[in-house]
Unconditional design. Structure first.
Length: 71
């Protein structure tokens, strides 16, 4: 268990990549490979009227991947 009391799996980088790929392939079986992963990302949108970037209410993980048809 971690210091926060949550059960944390002890996975190496390759095992984590395989697990993430398996989960993504449940949503889209044509995903072939994960290229890049970021655990925490925040999305921004540019507001033309105020000429500023505005943080969207979306905080999530990010995956860049290859589809079968892309190869």
């Amino acid at each position: 268990m971690s210091q926060t009391g949550k059960l944390m799996p002890n996975l190496d980088q390759q095992s984590t990549k395989v697990l993430n790929l398996t989960v993504l392939q449940r949503m889209d079986p044509f995903i072939e490979e994960i290229l890049i992963t970021a655990a925490h990302v925040t999305f921004y949108a540019f507001n033309i009227e105020t000429n500023q970037w505005v943080r969207a209410c979306l905080f999530t993980s990010f995956f860049s991947f290859i589809f079968e048809s892309d190869v």
